[in-house]
Write a protein that binds this ligand. Sequence first.
Ligand code: THU
Length: 131
Amino acid sequence: MTAKKEWIDVAIDALDKAYVPYSHFPVGACLVTKDGKIYQGLNIENASYGLSNCAERTAFFKAVSEGEKEFSHLVIAGHTPQPISPCGACRQVMAEFCEPSMPVTLVGDNGVQKEMTVEGLLPYMFTDKDL
Ligand code: THU
C-alpha cells in the first residue's frame, strides 16, 4: 500500500468515529508530519452548536499539542459526492502551520479525489508575515 493510500484510509476511518449527533455530517482528516507521523482528526460536535470542532482542526490541535509543527500532507474525507471542501476556519489553521505549497488531498464518496495546496485553498492568506 502506498503511503498516500494509507493516509486516505486513516481519514476515511475517522468518518466512523466522528461525533456528529446534530449535523450527521462526518468529516475525517489525516495530518502527516514531515517525519512521517500520522494524526487522525474527526469532527466533534456539541449541544451548544458553536463549540463544534472540525476534523481538520482536531488533527492539527492533536499534533501541535504533541509538539509537532512541521507538516507534509493533509487528507480530508467526507461523505460528499464531490471531494469535500474544507471550511474557512480550517483553511486559516492550515495557513498557520503549513507551507503554502503543502499538498492537501480532498476525498469524497467512492474515493473521488481532488488535489489542492494550502495556498490554492486560501489565496493571499493572512499570516504572521502580515503582523
Ligand atoms: N466540518 C468539518 O469537520 N470540517 C470542515 O472543513 C467543514 C465542516 C464539520 C463541522 C460540523 O461538525 C459539520 O461538519 C457540519 O458543518
